[in-house]
Structure formats: structure tokens, C-alpha cells
Design a protein around this ligand. Structure first.
Ligand code: SF4
Length: 223
């Protein structure tokens, strides 16, 4: 694949469902390819396949939606070297760019103007040991004006996941400095139960729904 080409799963227009931007109309560029094999991956169809598109074509298609945000997601978008140029070019066009990454790869090379939504994968994902600790270190070391471009997202499926998450957040003291989004893996845990735990523990995290799964059927692609 040439330096200016991306392997794309889909480009679509939807409502942002999982982050502090939840609820906003958003153009999504979903890159194909991942291979981490998280248990419960809800975009398994994007782990392989895809069509090759030039960066300029990807940009043209995303801009056509005239959305207030453009999100780069996957699969794991950071696996493809050309994604860095895509993000930079979109920022140069004064677009508000979100990156959603599985958190296994470092975000060190990502344009500082991009808002980074970084997963912290809990034990039930089966890949908890692959979370890249450098991302928390990068966020903590960022200049104050740059810090607000980091947020962390944890999707829990059990009490064990919740306890793992709270320990991690306390250990790294990130709760006071960054937006922490915490939600439940759809259908795996009662929302009210998570709410109760968060309130009882006075957790400084924001509860989130996987909004798109409530608007549309949870199995729907391209939303
Ligand atoms: S990182 Fe994301 S796309 Fe890759 S397997 Fe995990 S959940 Fe699925």
C-alpha cells in the first residue's frame, strides 16, 4: 500500500455514541484491520478486509457530510502509517478531529490538535495486559493546553472490571486531570448497578451509554 493510501472499512455519518462528544453528529472514517482480538469486539467486521482509498478521496467523502466532527476509528486506526497524514491534513483544513484507539499503540505520533479517545481495556476483554502504559504517561506529561485533548474510555462488563479500572485510575492519579468515560459493555452489566458503584465510590468519572446502540439495533453497521 502506498504512503498516501488507506485501507478503509467504511465512511459514514452518524451520532457519536461513546465519548465526551456523545450525541454530536459526526462523520466517521473507519479504518480496516486490527487483530487484537478483544473478547466482545463490536466491530469484528473491521478487523480485516476493507478497500484501498487515496487520502484525498477519504477526506472528500468525510467532508461531504458537513459534520461538526470527524472521527477516525477502526479496527485499530493507528496500525496504518498513512493515518497520521490523514489526521494532519484534516486538522490543517480546520476540522475538529477525534481519534478513537484501542490503546495498545502509543499516540505519541498523533497530531497534537487531534482529540484522543483512548480505550483502557479491562480484564474481561482478554487483552488487558496489552494496554500501552505510555499513553497515560504522555497524557500526564502533556502541556496544560494539550492535556484536554486526551480522554480515556473504559467499558466494563463485570464487577472485576470495575475494580480493576478504579485501581488503575487511582494508581495513576488521572481522575482529577482528564475526562474518564466509563460505561457498560452493552447487555453485559446493568447500567443502574454501575451507576450505584460510581456514586457510592464518589468516582470522578463520567458515565456513558453506547448511545448508537440505543438509537439503532445494537448489531447495525455504519452507525
Ligand atoms: S482493538 Fe477495537 S477493533 Fe480491535 S479487536 Fe479490540 S475492540 Fe475490536
Amino acid at each position: 500500500m502506498s504512503a498516501g493510501t488507506l485501507n478503509i472499512s467504511e465512511i459514514f455519518h452518524s451520532i457519536q455514541g461513546e465519548s465526551s462528544f456523545s450525541g454530536w453528529p459526526c462523520a466517521f472514517i473507519r479504518l480496516a484491520g486490527c487483530g487484537h482480538g478483544c473478547i466482545g469486539c463490536d466491530t469484528a467486521y473491521a478487523e480485516s478486509g476493507g478497500v484501498k482509498l487515496a487520502i484525498e478521496d477519504v477526506i472528500e467523502r468525510a467532508l461531504a457530510f458537513q459534520a461538526p466532527f470527524i472521527e477516525i476509528t477502526g479496527g485499530e486506526p493507528l496500525f496504518q502509517p498513512a493515518v497520521y497524514s490523514l489526521m494532519q491534513q484534516l486538522c490543517d483544513l480546520e476540522q475538529k478531529v477525534l481519534l478513537e484507539t484501542g490503546g495498545f499503540l502509543s499516540v505519541a505520533g498523533v497530531d497534537s490538535r487531534v482529540h484522543k479517545i483512548i480505550d483502557l481495556k479491562p480484564p474481561s476483554s482478554g487483552v488487558c495486559d496489552q494496554n500501552n502504559p505510555e499513553n497515560i504517561e504522555l497524557a500526564l506529561a502533556a502541556e496544560p493546553h494539550h492535556r484536554q485533548t486526551f480522554e480515556f474510555k473504559i467499558v466494563v462488563a463485570s464487577r472485576d472490571d470495575y475494580e480493576w479500572a478504579t485501581e488503575l485510575l487511582k494508581e495513576h492519579c488521572v481522575m482529577d486531570s482528564f475526562t474518564i468515560m466509563m460505561g457498560v459493555s452493552f447487555g453485559k452489566l446493568d447500567l443502574a448497578e454501575l451507576a450505584e458503584w460510581m456514586l457510592r465510590d464518589r468516582l470522578r468519572a463520567r458515565m456513558q451509554l453506547q448511545l448508537h446502540k440505543y438509537i439503532w439495533d445494537p448489531g447495525t453497521r455504519g452507525v
